[in-house]
Design a protein. Structure first.
Length: 187
């Protein structure tokens, strides 16, 4: 048992197989593809926002209290791995969300914030802004702050502040974004 649960890939693989069995065993044939896409959108959304909240509720507030000799454990090992799943969770959440909107036929109306789809459109725009922040502001800043790319100490400090501000911006935006996503009933 410990060998199985000690292998994250095995646990994820079996979890995905069980979820697909549940989907295929309980949905009508016409709903299967849409249900898989919605499930993947939700899975990657939980991964993305869960890591966003981990960074903002745990890592950022805790790092100032971590003794200097222990900080490399976080900055060299934990943060880069978490940032990998964070940015790919963001990309895949947005991708599957856009596929859902296109397949359901409300993509253009939502993006234009037309009245019937305004709520989901706002949620989509907030998610797009947040994903942009992840890939084009937070990740490049974190690469400097964590020393994954060459940078002097002043540049690292400025990059850490920039990453924190945009990470907190995403935390702020995630709250109305989540409401818009769960309150929408049209797709």
């Amino acid at each position: 048992m410990a060998k199985f649960f000690g292998n994250l890939h095995a646990v994820l693989g079996v979890g995905f197989i069980l979820a697909l069995a549940l989907i295929f065993g309980t949905q009508s044939a016409g709903d299967l593809e849409q249900q898989v896409i919605r499930w993947l959108h939700t899975f990657f959304g939980i991964l993305w926002i869960g890591l966003l909240y981990y960074f903002n509720f745990v890592q950022i507030p805790t790092m100032p209290t971590v003794p200097a000799e222990l900080k490399p454990g976080v900055s060299k090992y934990i943060a880069p791995k978490a940032l990998f799943f964070f940015r790919w969770g963001a990309a895949l959440t947005v991708l599957f969300g856009l596929i859902i909107a296109m397949r359901a036929g409300y993509f253009a109306e939502a993006m234009m914030l037309e009245e019937t789809y305004r709520l989901i459109g706002i949620g989509m725009w907030l998610a797009l802004i947040m994903a942009f922040n992840v890939w084009f502001v937070i990740w490049p800043a974190q690469q400097k702050a964590l020393g994954l790319v060459e940078a002097d100490d002043a540049t690292k400090a400025a990059a850490a502040t920039r990453a924190m501000i945009f990470s907190r911006t995403n935390t702020l935006l995630s709250i109305p974004m989540l409401y818009a996503m769960i309150a929408f009933n049209g797709g």
